[in-house]
Design a protein around this ligand. Structure first.
Ligand SMILES: [Zn+2]
Ligand SMILES: [Zn+2]
Length: 372
């Protein structure tokens, strides 16, 4: 009998400006587990009810971090050994090792979205006093993993951290996808590096060697070059940089997406990119992903020139279908959309109502996803 996978939770933090308690709403068991499969009318109604409850709760003065669980336990089986073992066995020894404090169970992976917008959102985040509903404002795309591993550091990340009570001093490592200014903001990187206590050592900053030339030189920053398809370790994670389908003018860098693997869990963070390059898709064939975070810059529209380095929803659907047929996506894999262009998507509530029933989860700033 295959082992059952650990539980999965999709948790959502709301920004409410007057502090204090949190509330939990639990959807029917296995509700998100079969997001990719057709839903019954009952399931769909329950999902929409959960969303409505969430939106209602936003209006309550119940704390800056409002914790709302809207999904429950996963049900897919895991391959024996898990991706952590297979990465080390298949790819040789990890390139480098870095340690960070462990404050959670070994297998738990927490994601916190600290920006979900493409480059055409404002680069200044609203002041804390301004109440925001989900997706009303999007910072530049960034994601925090297990409270210490940050993917990309654009100009809004510090403001979003402040809003969701994230301590920048807790960031031990930053992974850089590429040097477009919505992903790389030197003064924010320096601020995070300088926030660390001396005893913790320098901030490790990982990226393509050519991209690292644009990262500030500082005693508080240790630059670590990433080789394409060369795994390295950060705490409990095996991290692999893969080539993306994206381009930075006047730079010799290869733009990267990242595969994050830990005991029993595997995640692809794929922005900025359009179609996966062929070699990247071949590399992924031996993986089994619990989640993909896709660049979803464009919505359903056509004719946007960004399509050559970004995805629209049709492309994402095609890739999901193919990855699922190759068994690269686990049956209960979560498909999360980020890097949403300001003018190419409807308001977030509408986006959820359209996309959640087909298994696409549009991210928003402050959204947390917990794999247990
Ligand atoms: Zn971008
Ligand atoms: Zn870009």
């Amino acid at each position: 009998m295959p082992e059952r996978s650990p539980p999965f939770f999709l948790a959502i933090f709301f920004s409410c400006e007057r502090l204090s308690v949190s509330c939990t709403v639990r959807c029917p068991r296995s509700f998100f587990c079969d997001l990719g499969a057709p839903k019954s009318a009952g399931d769909r109604a329950a999902l929409l009810e959960a969303i409505d409850q969430g939106m209602t709760d936003v209006e309550k003065p119940s704390g800056r971090r409002h914790f709302l669980k809207v999904a429950s336990v996963g049900s897919a089986s895991l391959a024996a050994g898990g991706p952590f073992e297979s990465a080390n066995a298949g790819e040789g020894k990890p390139q480098e090792e870095s340690k960070a404090p462990r404050s959670r169970r070994e297998k738990q992976v927490d994601l916190l979205f600290l920006g979900t917008g493409a480059a055409n959102w404002p680069r200044r985040y609203p002041p804390l006093q301004k109440k925001l509903s989900r997706g009303e404002v999007r910072g530049m795309s960034s994601m925090l993993v297990n409270e210490h591993l940050l993917v990309d550091c654009g100009p809004t990340v510090l403001d979003v951290m402040k809003r969701y009570d994230v301590n920048p001093a807790g960031v031990s490592d930053i992974l850089l996808t590429h040097t477009h200014s919505d992903h790389l903001h030197p003064s924010s990187i320096e601020a995070i590096a300088n926030a660390r206590d001396d005893g913790l050592g320098p901030l490790r900053f990982w990226g393509d060697p050519a991209a690292l030339t644009q990262v500030p030189d500082s005693d508080h920053i240790e630059k670590r070059p990433v080789g394409i398809e060369q795994p390295f370790t950060i705490d409990a994670f095996t991290v692999t940089g893969l080539a993306s389908n994206h381009y930075v003018e006047d730079s010799k860098e290869t733009c990267l997406i990242y595969l994050l693997e830990t005991a029993g869990r595997s995640l692809l963070y794929a922005t900025d990119t359009g179609w996966l390059p062929t070699h990247t898709s071949i590399y992924l064939r031996k993986k089994q992903l619990d989640a993909v975070v896709w660049d979803a810059t464009m919505g359903e529209g056509t004719g946007d020139p960004r399509i050559f380095g970004h995805n629209d929803l049709t492309m994402i659907r095609h890739m999901n279908q193919t990855l699922a047929s190759q068994k690269v996506l686990k049956p209960d894999a979560k498909i999360i959309l980020t890097h949403l262009a300001k003018n190419l998507h409807p308001v977030h509530e509408m986006l959820e109502k359209r996309l959640l029933p087909e298994g696409l989860i549009p991210a928003y700033d402050g959204m947390a996803v917990v794999f247990e």
